[in-house]
Design a protein around this ligand. Sequence first.
Ligand SMILES: C[S@@+](CC[C@H](N)C(=O)[O-])C[C@H]1O[C@@H](n2cnc3c(N)ncnc32)[C@H](O)[C@@H]1O
Length: 173
Amino acid sequence: MNRVYQPSEDTSTLARALRGYGGESCLELGFGSGAILQALVPRFRMVVGTDILSVAQAAFAKGEVEVVLADRATCFRDMSFDLVTFNPPYLPSENVQDTAVDGGKGGIEVPISFLREALRVVKPKGKIVLLLSDEGDIEGFREFCESEGLVVRQVASAGVFFENLLVFEISRP
Ligand SMILES: C[S@@+](CC[C@H](N)C(=O)[O-])C[C@H]1O[C@@H](n2cnc3c(N)ncnc32)[C@H](O)[C@@H]1O
């Protein structure tokens, strides 16, 4: 199933956390409705997004951002962006049926596949900012980052019903 994800508490939590970032170029993986791309426009000269869905319904002003129909960042060269951000599909799920929300068995398999691509296209001194839920295997996610020698910093959180949304900043030492 493919559908445009409607902005929710996770969208606004990540958008709030991104207020602290600015620079030349940024990329959002999985822009959905475009709400986060729109929030990035005032703070970056170039704002780019990818999604595997049609861009027709994205709610951003034409000309302010560039969008590409692509799998994660596979259409971009290495080390292209100051910031890469994503609110990935993160719900623990046996199979990935709903590509907007299903994150794999531990809820981190799809996010880690996003992170691998983000690490490829972010500049060496750039930052990656992403959102996860504590419904997923946060410990497994931290172990992955540690095994890659990455610096992980939690920069925001929000409690929503049964889960805590956590925003992490990832960088290279
Ligand atoms: C949880 S939604 C977030 C949407 C939006 N960024 C927001 O915060 O409201 C995850 C998004 O990732 C997109 N997505 C899933 N797999 C993808 C992939 N391989 N490459 C790019 N986008 C993908 C989905 O279509 C969906 O729009």
